[in-house]
Design a protein around this ligand. Sequence first.
Ligand code: T1G
Length: 690
Amino acid sequence: MTDPVSYTREGEIAVLTVDNPPVNALGHAVRKALVAAFDRFAADDDARIAVLTGAGRLFLGGADISEFGKPPQDPWLPEVIDRIEALDKPVVAAIHGAALGGGLEVALGCHYRLAMPGTKLGLPEVGLGILPGAGGTQRTPRLTGTDAALALITGGKPVGPDKALEMGLIDRVGEGDVQEAGQSYARTLLADGAGPRRTAEIAPPAAPDKGWDEIDADLAKRHPGEVAQRHAARAVRAATEMPFDDGMTEERRLFNELVDTPQREGLIHAFFLERKVSNLPELKGVEPRPITAVGIIGGGTMGSGIATACLLAGLSVTLVETSVEAASRAANTIAGNLDGAVKRGKMNPTQRDAVDLTTTTEYEALSEADVVIEAVFESMEVKLQVFDHLDRVMKDGAVLATNTSYLDINEIAGATKRPGDVIGLHFFSPAHVMRLLEVVVADRTAPEVVATAFALGKALKKVAVRAGVCDGFIGNRILSHYRSAADEMMLQGASPYQIDRALEEFGFAMGPSKVADLAGLDIGYMTRDRKGRDSPGIVNPDWADRLVEDGHKGRKTGRGFYVYGDDGPTENPDVAGLIDTARKDAGVTPRDFTDEEIVARYMAAMVNEAARVVGEGIAKRPLAVDAVKLFGYGFPRYRGGPMKYADMTGIATIRDRIRGYAEDNPEFWQVAPLLDDLADKDSKFEDMNT
Ligand code: T1G
């Protein structure tokens, strides 16, 4: 490896550049090279000031996340930063692209800081289940004040250079080239006779406006179940109450506690899988087809959401509806979505006004589209008619995608003259907000069409996950299985509300009955119609059927498992009676469940069906299942996903639980072959992710 930190001199200015692609992560080699380079600067009598920069597209992307969980290697990052700060000659950090985590902490250890327009400066560590562990919790509040430091550190979100300047994180915003801007600032400092200005020597900042107990309670409420944010606030508190060195010791103690938590393991797993999941060996060297113009068939909630996602990505969109009125309604829905995106800061007003959207009733308007995404009613008959029409109007090489959530894409492809161009793009509602995209690859889908789908997913800032064709692909197929486990527990004695509470305590955004109410109880009703209500081992939730038959479809009708009044959802008093009737009809004597058993059974069903999905190749790797559940189904990110949960719980433990459950329902609780195999070998799902 070439020296990851170069040292050159421009007159009296020493220029130190970190070059460790792809993100200049501060791994062990970089830390050693930084110490050597700054030692050289200290000994270089002709160098009166140093400028630290990053090569490539950013300054420093932080500590090397892949090192966590491994024995730390000297020099530690805090030690490197302390050496920079202790120098008796000034050091300027010239920042571009991003200074994140340890990258920003290095900059805070420098004596002066300049950032270029568009730079991201932040301390995202809490999103990895840790905290800024190289002085960030001690130096930041000394520069910005305690409240601003708490917001930056516990929020984990980066700020731009103007905000950073206003906060006191940096001293100036540069112009032009970062190297020249950094050296120009250095010359100014020399001319002003500026010497080292050590952040650590700033007096401890004042206590925050709010009391620490209130701050802790706020964080516990905003990040239920998570520990990192609250630990980080305790480290910032130390900065206000202790001398710098003691604060650093406290920061290190709290950091080490977090490194040892399962949440750090889960969150770092989630960080890497988000990037690995779209990295498919089968696509190596496969060129995607260019996409600039997208056609959408159907302007309902999904079609309008998909159109919005494409417009947010700067693509031109032609949306086809069956009538002028329907097309106009779709245009209004999309306009509302875009206005919402501007409000959320996802799009600026100029971009919003420049969107290229055409709504029409003519398929012929799609003749130049590079890809078309069908999002019409979930009926094979309707979809076959749509694809027959598309087959006739779309140009050669166009990609024909369906947004179906369960229909057989091989059948749709087989009805066209171009099955190689047909693929599934399963978006999740609201399609312009939810990040998950299941790319469903049919038997004859061409590799470059798969590559094109992933390129589109990247352009839409989605987490694209490859799925094979089956009923429900990855996410919904597994959902139907753990949903049945919940139904079985309701029949046996657990209330829907205890189940929701137990799973929300486990970390789910919503329990299964709240999710069902949100999606619409009629969706489940129609699925049971389609699949049949007498599959062996599957408990049919007659109580949910009765609710739908009485017109109660969940949130959209104001009543389902919950009653949706002005003061939020309350339990629907009719549900208990409906379940009791079902228990009597089934001859079941209800029993109590503990919250622990509810979570264990629910998760065992999820892991078991996920193991089948991986074993059958519907998901190529276990991390694909984790990605689907994290980005499409509200699985708690700090647990890393169901497969990570299984690895951390113990595969054999889960297998043995399933064997126990099988005693009273052997048809449903059958151990998946892959789960059995891993348990017997004492292996982990993680071992299959390479
Ligand atoms: N360590 C190791 N690998 C990293 C990495 C990091 N910090 N950041 C990115 N990668 C890998 C990533 O997995 C991918 O790998 C490739 O680099 C490109 O990433 C002591 C303890 C910097 C904004 O949290 O936010 O400092 O898939 O696709 O879109 O207090 O990467 O190619 O094999 O995301 O241009 C804090 C995390 C660490 C920043 C660039 N730092 N990274 O985005 O590229 S903890 C972070 C990012 C810490 C200190 C603490 C982004 C980016 P592969 P990418 P990008």
